[in-house]
Design a protein. Sequence first.
Length: 225
Amino acid sequence: MALELWWGSGSPYSWRALLALEYKQLPYVSHLVQFGKQEHKSPEMLQMNPRGRVPVLRDGDYVCFESMAILYYLERKYPEVPLLGRTPEEAGTIVRVISEYEAYVEEHVKKVMYSILFQAADGGHSDDAMRAMHLLATEARTINERLSTSSWVVGEAFSAADVVIFPGIQMLLRALERREAGDLRGRLLPLDTKYPAIAAWIKRIEALPGYERTYPPHWRELRDT
Ligand SMILES: N[C@@H](CCC(=O)N[C@@H](CS)C(=O)NCC(=O)O)C(=O)O
């Protein structure tokens, strides 16, 4: 039976699952869930994920939710194109970099995005949001350094570290382009000059086969008009 993925447009966690499926070249049935219609809270969805969140993966009788669990499941079940390295050492480094991102970066991404999207009509931001942006700039330097010496976040193969970090960075960059980003913008943009290795890495990911299928459809509508 085919793999099935329920996902939402613009959900960074969904994007992880999509990137993993595409990179592993696994055929899947795609169910784009409309948040606006609360489809993620339908009885069918809640039966699969009582938290009513996406992504949700179904593989035959097995249902998996939580993006990291989906990545891990896909890796164990379909190891032919690896995302968690080829050696124990590579796996350890990939999971370490992911853990660092989740522990020290993600909360700042959320804080900055929240400030841009919901708080700062006039481009003014709280000290808290400015501090989060400052910390993000520091973390971006570290990622930029990693990418200055290797093609991917960990070494010379695309991995789960890229899958996890890329959607978060894309969400952040998109938010920073809004007028409401105001003073926050200059810490990261223009990316090409401030963080050239990250900018080049984004282009490499965008060139991966299947990437376009992972791109949030409602972003595409705006991008292509
Ligand atoms: N920790 C979860 C987070 C999933 C999540 O928060 N998904 C959001 C979309 S980005 C969602 O479904 N939100 C709907 C809601 O909370 O009602 C994962 O990694 O999959």
